[in-house]
Ligand binder design. Structure first.
Ligand code: NAD
Length: 432
């Protein structure tokens, strides 16, 4: 099939490269001309995502994947148009859908034959109605089109694997033609295709992310009880999660969830529910627990170090999770900002996210070349992102360079007994 992907970010670029690899002819367009220049003229890609650079290169070389900043050309050339632009939070928590509206208008102005317009961006329920209305209002001819919802569930860090081997594919459609086109497109992927109406598909995406975030806040709330009683949250989570009705995924206590999806999608789900007349109290509590979790980190450092002004804190891990360079709504950023407010000095290291953090934080913090460099003269190390390379560190060496050996294990991955025996003060999240 001939496909156009509008928005070549984390989702659009992965979608474009994977669909090209499955044999389709794909144009990825974006209004960020710098991004398109980089993708067209070099073998580099603008983000870090394992395996993506190679997949993009391969499909560019075999001619199935091209890039353009000319959205009109992309629209004229394709049968199916995927909208993958960002849908960030506005100040009131609602999703900013101006990008979706702009793309819908351009589609309307340039539609010259039947098109299937697919929402892949995460959007509030009933967005498809607005897309339809917009295209109908601005199109200059009688060309037919369908709108469908095909929410994306990939995870940054394992995006290609997730796209090619998903737990399910959700398609929300209201015509047989749209259903058949999407089923044919996804036929090379072996998985269950869940077909629903469009509103159902839109709700599925927000509900899935909200449910996962709820599990995280639930176990973080339980970790509060563990902190107060001395029980170990890791054992408690295992005891809960081995029940197959519950399962262990997303039952890890830590510094709170972040990233470009959960925080904004929960806000948007609360907002759209409110607009529809339902107050989603459960999700408001999920958000509140998540915020408190980040505040708890600061209280825990105070318990280890007493006063924070002039203390040096090493932050290990900045990306919102391992295997990505994405720092959007990363807990590390909130923690760093709170510590700076307390006049602490910050030294940081992350294997992939340093450049993005440098752009946001400038010279307010010190950028280090590895975990040992970050720990130099530090009063405390905080593990924020559990990169594999942080799991096996030489603790004798860490201790020898620190001013005061204290560790806040924000992901509960270290052997607390071993660290205490080596002379470290240790604090975990719901674990001593
Ligand atoms: P992103 O910011 O990485 O990419 C969005 C791209 O769209 C950018 O390159 C931007 O320049 C481009 N863009 C914005 N407005 C445009 C316009 N009018 N015309 C052309 N291009 C435009 O965002 P992302 O992480 O890829 O997320 C995209 C959508 O997918 C969001 O709705 C997000 O919630 C959803 N989603 C993201 C993930 C994830 O893990 N990142 C997973 C599932 C769903």
């Amino acid at each position: 099939m001939r496909l156009t992907i509008v928005g070549s970010g984390y989702v659009g670029l992965v979608t474009g490269a994977c669909l090209a690899d499955l044999g389709n002819q794909v144009i990825c367009v974006d209004n960020d001309t710098e991004k398109i220049d980089l993708l067209t003229k070099s073998d580099e890609i603008p983000i870090y995502e394992p395996g993506l650079e190679e997949l993009v290169k391969k499909n560019k070389e075999n001619g199935r994947l091209t890039f353009s900043s000319d959205i009109e050309f992309g629209i004229k050339d394709s049968d199916v148009i995927f909208i993958c632009v960002g849908t960030p939070s506005r100040d009131d928590g609602s999703a900013d859908l101006t990008g979706i509206e702009k793309v819908s208008r351009i589609i309307a102005e340039h539609i010259d034959s039947y098109k299937l317009v697919v929402e892949k961006s995460t959007v509030p329920v009933e967005t498809s109605e607005w897309i339809k209305k917009t295209i109908n209002t601005f199109k200059k001819n009688g060309c037919e089109f369908d709108v469908a919802s095909n929410p994306e569930f990939l995870r940054e860090g394992s995006a290609i694997e997730d796209f090619m081997n998903p737990d399910r594919i959700v398609i929300g459609v209201e015509s047989k033609k749209a259903e058949e086109l999407l089923k044919e497109l996804y036929s090379p992927i072996e998985t269950k295709i869940v077909v629903s109406d469009i509103k159902g598909a839109e709700i599925i995406k927000h509900a899935s992310n909200s449910f996962l975030a709820t599990k995280i806040s639930f176990i973080n709330a339980i970790s509060n009880l563990c902190d107060r009683t001395g029980a170990d949250i890791n054992a408690v989570a295992e005891g809960i999660g081995l029940d197959s009705r519950i399962n262990r995924h997303f039952l890890k206590a830590g510094v709170g969830f972040g990233g470009s999806c959960f925080p904004k999608d929960i806000k948007a789900f609360i907002h759209i529910s409110e607009k529809l007349g339902y107050s989603f109290g459960l999700l408001k509590e999920v958000e509140k627990i998540n915020q408190e979790q980040k505040d708890r980190v600061i209280r825990k450092i105070e318990e280890l170090l007493w006063n924070l002004p002039e203390k040096t804190i090493a932050i290990w891990g900045l990306a919102f999770k391992p295997h990505t360079d994405d720092i959007r709504s990363a807990p590390s950023m909130d923690i760093i900002k709170s510590l700076l407010k307390e006049k602490a000095k910050i030294r940081v290291f992350d294997p992939e996210a340093m450049e993005k953090v440098r752009k946001e934080m400038g010279n307010r913090i010190v950028y280090c070349k590895d975990v040992y460099d970050a720990a130099q003269d530090a009063d405390c190390v905080i593990l924020v992102t559990e990169w594999n390379e942080f799991k096996e560190v030489d603790w004798d060496r860490v201790k020898s360079v620190m001013k005061h050996p204290a560790v806040l294990d924000g992901r509960n991955i270290y052997d607390s007994g071993k660290l205490k025996n080596l002379g470290f003060k240790y604090a975990g999240i719901g674990r001593r």
